[in-house]
Design a protein around this ligand. Structure first.
Ligand code: S3P
Length: 185
């Protein structure tokens, strides 16, 4: 019944790594941002603008609460989900949590790219660097508290996935699951 949950800052590769991990394990992959968009028929950006961040965090909580607790699954989360303690309590009970760790320069580099620009918490800020620095300072203690750190990043999603599989295959409670996958592609 374990969930493998991925947390970490925006642009740390949680969705890509989650998809890859799920594919390797043959487990379903869920992505909280994607589930919220499907449920509301709004973009993440629209939810933030029209309903505010608190409403978005409530949606994240509902989505996580409704995921099947008895199933094996891989869960990619939005970068701010860790700020909701009640949501994190569910993830903690359900299985291992990995923190895709990226440094500030990497985040800035990735967040400046056009395909990464649609992030409401960054888009409204006149000073991207200051905003990222501030958000990272607020959130890193939470990522650290909840997650097992793994080097993240879009450039090497396979690396992060492999790393996670290696860690899990060494855990006695996971060995049975990972006998077949054992980190190889
Ligand atoms: C957010 C991160 C986004 C998305 C929303 C809020 C955040 O997800 O959930 O824009 O608060 O850090 P990604 O981490 O996938 O960019």
């Amino acid at each position: 019944m374990p969930w493998i949950s991925l947390i970490g800052f925006m642009c740390s590769g949680k969705s890509t790594t989650g998809r890859m991990l799920a594919r390797q394990l043959g487990w379903p992959h869920y992505d909280t941002d994607q589930l919220i968009v499907e449920r509301t028929d709004l973009t993440v950006d629209e939810i933030f603008r029209e309903h505010g961040e608190a409403a978005f965090r409530r949606l994240e909580h509902e989505i996580v609460e409704e995921l099947p607790p008895e199933r094996d699954l891989v869960l990619s989360t939005g970068g701010g989900l860790v700020t909701n303690e009640a949501t994190m309590r569910i993830l903690v009970v359900q299985g291992p949590i990995f923190w895709l760790r990226v440094d500030r320069e990497d985040v800035l580099d990735r967040c400046r790219r056009p395909w990464a620009a649609k992030r409401p918490l960054l888009a409204d800020s006149p000073d991207l660097e200051e905003r990222v620095t501030q958000l990272m300072a607020e959130r890193e203690p939470l990522y650290e508290k909840y997650g097992d750190p793994v080097p993240g990043g879009f450039a090497h999603p396979r690396g992060a996935g492999k790393h996670i599989l290696e860690i899990l295959s060494r855990r006695s409670d996971f060995r049975a699951y990972f006998g077949a996958a054992d980190g190889k592609e």
